[in-house]
Design a protein around this ligand. Structure first.
Ligand SMILES: Nc1ncnc2c1ncn2[C@@H]1O[C@H](COP(=O)(O)OP(=O)(O)OP(=O)(O)O)[C@@H](O)[C@H]1O
Ligand SMILES: [Mg+2]
Length: 123
């Protein structure tokens, strides 16, 4: 199992979410974050001169999923989040030790199954 942490533009959240639902990614959580990549934010020109906003608002989407669904999910996020301009975002992939669904006690891949999800769509 892996965790995909995708940092995307705020105004791309809806497109990315819809694209993910379409391929059957069900479980996810979303956090509002602030950060910068290699550009270090943006320069703005005001009346008194230029100033820098170093931490820009971004959206972080977290998805824990089975290894065999990782590449398809990354491709879907890239296609739906890309504008081609700097600041499109970044994706991190982490190994996940275990998952426990609290209500049922299901663990591991069993805890990552949802009706109509990416694995059921493939069958
Ligand atoms: N190394 C990093 N560690 C943690 N978060 C990061 C890292 N790099 C970027 N981020 C997060 O991702 C967001 C988007 O980064 P951004 O798209 O500017 O990346 P970049 O590497 O500068 O690529 P680009 O050249 O397309 O701008 C940042 O605002 C920040 O929240
Ligand atoms: Mg950048």
């Amino acid at each position: 199992m892996k965790k995909i942490e995708a940092i995307i533009r705020e105004d791309k959240l809806n497109d990315v979410k819809q694209a993910l639902y379409k391929i059957g990614i069900v479980g996810m959580n979303v956090i509002e974050v602030r950060g910068h990549g290699r550009d270090g934010g943006i320069e703005l020109v005001g009346r008194t001169g230029t100033y820098r906003i170093d931490l820009l608002p971004k959206i972080q989407i977290n998805i824990v999923l089975s290894d065999h669904n990782v590449q398809r999910t990354i491709d879907t996020i890239c296609e739906s989040a890309r504008t081609g301009a700097t600041g499109d975002g970044i994706i991190f992939v982490y190994p996940v030790e275990d998952v426990i669904r609290i209500r049922t006690g299901e663990r591991g891949r069993d805890a990552l199954m949802y009706p109509g999800d990416i694995d059921e769509q493939r069958k």
